[in-house]
Design a binder for this molecule. Structure first.
Ligand code: DLL
Length: 446
């Protein structure tokens, strides 16, 4: 369903003209109101009055996470505090949090774009949504909440964690929709199976998953385990929160629509900052086109993806691929650039392994080492009559040794690195406690 058909289907020439007009306005607006941008544009010799819009956008350089830190807490705000209706912070960063603010108008836009996203995910007015994103400074909980209300859903604001309560509410209130991080949706799916809760006791149809990278293997696990159609929702606090882009339920696996009337996307080379060709992977850079409290020009998201402008039946907006990792998550192992999510692709292609894995980088002497821990499927554990796995147990089973060898070989063949593979029993790796789950440990202290 389209929430705003006029905007979602705006023919591309008109969409581009709208973006151009809004970008010029946004540049003038920040120049007048944010000393950080005024100084930056002056330094670059750009006069906002004669700025030519999209064609000149690459001249503006990038805004980076460090710029938020350097101007902490309110240095990038374009309105007086009295006009700021809400504050949020970005999650999981070291040092000072990144503070972001919204005017009442920004919150309206935020709600509309989340409403659009939920509609694309399959949600319809009148349905109930269990919102298992964390409420608080994190944008996930409240962001989804107001968008869901705007679409006309009944919101169950349970927040993240408390798995017993989540399962109880899923059975008692019978929501059609669950919104959660993919790693927490995996936990719910597993617990339902472990507790022998029949899927008929639930009424779920859709899962809207985001806030961390996930794979097709996780999609299958959640779709089967919760009997839902699962779509991707992407976003980040610095730009807005959830709902910057969203996958359509009927077009799963083909990318997520970026709501281009409000955000202008570019993908650039992570080393040179130069634009890459359509379809090529690079760092996603986003420019807000309508933000009032905290407009951001060319934000270096650090997220690696690609764009496709291929025409779709449903909407005219561009699609972005799944996030393949973050530019700063990239591990350089013995000189080879490697994204831990590449391991995920290999896992998806193998039988008998679960979608749970962890990549651990360490250093012995001056040599980098990578170890991949991966769980095998519950069914195989049962078949072999095992509760847990250890190296000794693997030694005793030829099929496990074969699986381990095949996995290590695939890693070497596709990534070009030798990694030690450790097979674990189902349930041996950490699970999400309701929020984001980190699958990478870098112990090298680089
Ligand atoms: O995670 C906003 C959000 C909430 C998105 C709920 C979706 C659902 P931050 O805490 O600022 O905001 O983290 C933003 O999370 O730069 C990505 O690296 C990652 N991320 C967000 N969504 C996805 C996704 C929220 N669908 C950072 N796939 C981003 C992969 C994602 N990574």
């Amino acid at each position: 369903m389209l929430f705003n058909p006029e905007m979602e289907c705006l023919p591309r020439p008109q969409l581009r003209a709208l973006q151009n007009k809004r970008l010029k306005e946004q540049v003038q607006y920040v120049y007048q109101r944010v000393p950080f941008y005024q100084q930056k544009l002056d330094r670059l010799g750009i006069n906002p009055a004669t700025f030519r819009g999209l064609e000149e956008l690459p001249k503006l350089g990038f805004t980076k996470k460090a710029d938020f830190r350097d101007t902490y807490p309110f240095g990038l705000f374009a309105v007086p505090q009295t006009e700021v209706a809400r504050l949020h912070c970005s999650s999981g960063t070291t040092g000072k949090a990144t503070v972001v603010g919204y005017t009442a108008e920004d919150l309206q836009t935020f709600a509309e774009l989340v409403a659009r996203s939920l509609a694309a995910a399959g949600c319809r007015p009148g349905m109930k949504v269990q919102n298992a994103y964390g409420y608080g400074l994190f944008t996930g909980g409240l962001g989804i909440h107001y968008g869901a209300e705007k679409l006309g859903l009944t919101v169950i604001p349970v927040s993240g964690g408390s798995t017993d309560r989540q399962l109880q509410l899923l059975q008692d209130f019978r929501p059609e929709i669950i919104c959660a991080t993919p790693s927490y949706a995996q936990v719910l799916a597993e617990e339902i199976q472990r507790r022998n809760i029949p899927l008929e006791a639930l009424n779920l149809r859709y899962a809207v998953l985001g806030a961390e990278p996930w794979s097709e293997a996780i999609r299958s696990q959640v779709q089967q385990g919760l009997r839902v159609q699962a779509t991707n929702i992407y976003g980040l606090s610095e730009i807005m929160g959830p709902g910057v882009s969203q996958e359509d339920v009927d077009e799963r696996g083909t990318g997520s629509y970026i709501w281009e009337d409000h955000f202008y996307p570019e993908v650039v080379d992570k080393d040179t900052g130069e634009p890459v060709a359509e379809g090529e992977a690079g760092v996603l850079v986003l420019t807000t086109l309508t933000k009032r409290a905290m407009p951001i020009l060319r934000y270096w998201t650090g997220d690696i993806t690609h764009l496709t402008y291929e025409h779709s039946e449903k909407r005219t907006h561009v699609k972005m691929g799944p996030i393949r990792g973050r530019a700063d998550d990239m591990l350089i192992i013995r000189g080879v650039n490697f994204f831990p999510t590449q391991v995920e692709d290999i896992i998806s292609s193998l039988d008998h392994v679960s979608p749970y894995y962890q990549v651990v980088a360490s250093r012995r002497g001056s040599l980098d080492e990578v170890e991949v821990h991966v769980e095998i499927e519950e069914a195989l554990m049962r078949q072999l009559g095992l509760d847990a796995l250890s190296d000794e147990v693997v030694q005793q089973h030829e099929c496990l040794q074969h699986l381990r060898g095949m996995f290590a070989k695939k890693i070497k063949d596709t990534i070009g690195l030798s990694m030690k593979v450790t097979l674990l029993g189902f349930g041996q790796l950490p699970r999400s406690e309701g929020g984001k789950l980190s699958r990478v440990k870098d112990l090298r202290n680089l």
